[in-house]
Design a protein around this ligand. Structure first.
Ligand code: UD1
Length: 419
């Protein structure tokens, strides 16, 4: 079992430059999109994180041929070897469920394990399924597997009951090869969805309303290859911005997209940090006085649920009380108990966490329960006095590329150790 060991301290400040990797959440649906064509699809700026490798493993079982050179990945699915995505791979990562729609749209059949429980609460796929049924798929659930069949999907007018990132991505992909027009309403508007749509357009899809709440797709008979760049990771960006503010440091993030982190920048500025944007660089300078503030997670462009845990670590150092409300996922406060072990004072009441700052943190052994929770614990460890050990580090590797090396490059005393 690998762990992360941090030697932290209240006076520790991060300094220097850090390069932001490609977006995990944009790369995963882009990989699934390669199933829609027999031609090669090249994706650039791929993050070398565990979730990407899990998705490649699953897609290889389906017939994927792939070649990775640096961060450029070429994918080709000339024919299908199996239309079944097994539970032992789907359970590793929910986003792998996204192979269902593309398989169905191109080959007329798909069998994909129903994703199971998840560390951050109930995460159903009912909206994905209902949407695919509206596109004419015949869907049955047998022995934990979702079996979908359709001779050819048919365009439809579909309104999402609730904004869903994966659901929007799934239906846009499926609709590209459906007969006729599909109108998707109340779509999620995350930049990762737009990045996927731009890839699909390069592959020959007809999509209007990219980035808007209503997306129109006119189906085509087949899609072709494309060369596409994955956007920078806005959650890794936000995590390093919080790291700069929390350690009262002075760091510059390079290769990122400032336009994708509007609320995180606003919140950090309000908390007292100085943030300067210059093209694809963002410089953050932390302030000695951190102002408390309330944060409510909401769909893009609102404050991201994927930044909630990291922001909570920052608020433990604010001068006063902050209320953090989680509206996207239930049970997404599992980092709270671990932050308490480091000396934070936080109460959870329903979907709210009340953080009483400022409390000095003292290093301890803590256990990460999900990807963003582990990021929050690493951040807290930077300013906790003495040694912090973060267990179960495989969570962090799912979505952050070499986080300990990047932090070490900024002066942190952090290393990966083995039991
Ligand atoms: C994606 C991100 C994840 C992020 C989340 C919200 C990827 C790979 N993951 O997850 O990091 O935290 O968006 O920004 O991009 N819901 C239903 N039924 C459905 C689908 C979703 O009720 O069929 C609910 C979910 O339980 C949740 C809400 O809708 O309460 C939003 O979930 P969704 O946007 O679908 O999240 P993901 O796409 O799974």
């Amino acid at each position: 079992m690998e762990k992360i060991r941090i030697q932290g301290g209240h006076d520790f400040r991060l300094k220097g430059d850090v390069r932001i990797s490609g977006s995990k959440n944009a790369a995963l649906p882009a990989l699934a999109a390669a199933l829609l064509t027999g031609e090669p699809v090249t994706l650039r700026n791929i993050p070398l994180v565990k979730d990407v490798f899990s998705m490649l493993k699953l897609m290889r079982e389906l017939g994927l041929e792939s070649a990775l050179q640096g961060t450029d990945l070429t994918l080709k699915v000339p024919r299908i070897l199996s239309e079944e995505a097994s539970y032992n791979l789907v359970k590793l990562m929910r986003a792998s469920f996204l192979v269902l729609g593309p398989l169905l749209a191109r080959f007329g059949k798909a069998i994909v394990a129903q994703p199971g429980g998840c560390a951050i609460g109930l995460r159903p796929v009912d909206l994905h399924i209902a949407g695919l049924q509206r596109l004419g798929a015949n869907i049955t659930l047998e022995h934990g597997y979702i079996k979908a069949e359709a001779d050819r999907l048919q365009g439809a007018d579909i309104r999402f009951e609730k904004k869903t990132v994966g659901g929007t991505e799934h239906l846009v992909m499926a609709a590209t090869l459906a007969r006729g027009e599909t109108v998707l309403r109340n779509c999620a508007q995350e930049p990762e969805i737009s990045n996927l749509c731009e890839l699909l357009v390069k592959m020959g899809a007809k999509i209007e309303g990219i980035g808007e709440e209503t997306i129109r797709v006119v189906g085509v008979d087949q899609l072709g290859g494309a060369d596409h760049e994955i956007i920078p990771d806005r959650i890794e960006t936000g995590t390093f911005l919080v790291a700069g503010a929390l350690t009262r440091g002075d760091i510059r993030l390079t290769g990122t997209e400032p336009a994708h982190v509007p609320t995180t920048i606003d919140k950090l500025r309000y908390s007292g940090a100085t943030i300067d944007v210059d093209g694809t660089d963002i410089r953050v300078q932390g302030s000695d006085e951190i102002r408390p503030q309330d944060v409510t997670t909401s769909p893009y462009p609102g404050f991201p649920t994927d930044m909630q845990a990291q922001f909570m670590a920052l608020m433990t150092q604010a001068a006063g009380m902050s209320i953090i409300t989680e509206t996207i996922f239930d049970r997404r406060f599992q980092h709270v108990n671990e932050l308490l072990r480091l000396g934070a004072v936080i109460e959870v009441i329903g979907d709210k966490a009340v953080v009483h700052g400022r409390t000095p943190l003292s290093g301890a052994e803590v256990t990460a329960t999900d990807l963003r929770a582990s990021a929050s614990l690493i951040l807290a460890g930077l300013i906790a006095s003495g040694e912090t050990i973060v267990n179960d580090v495989e969570h962090i590797d799912r979505g952050y590329e070499r986080i300990e090396e990047k932090l070490r490059g900024l002066g942190a005393r952090i290393e990966r150790i083995r039991d």
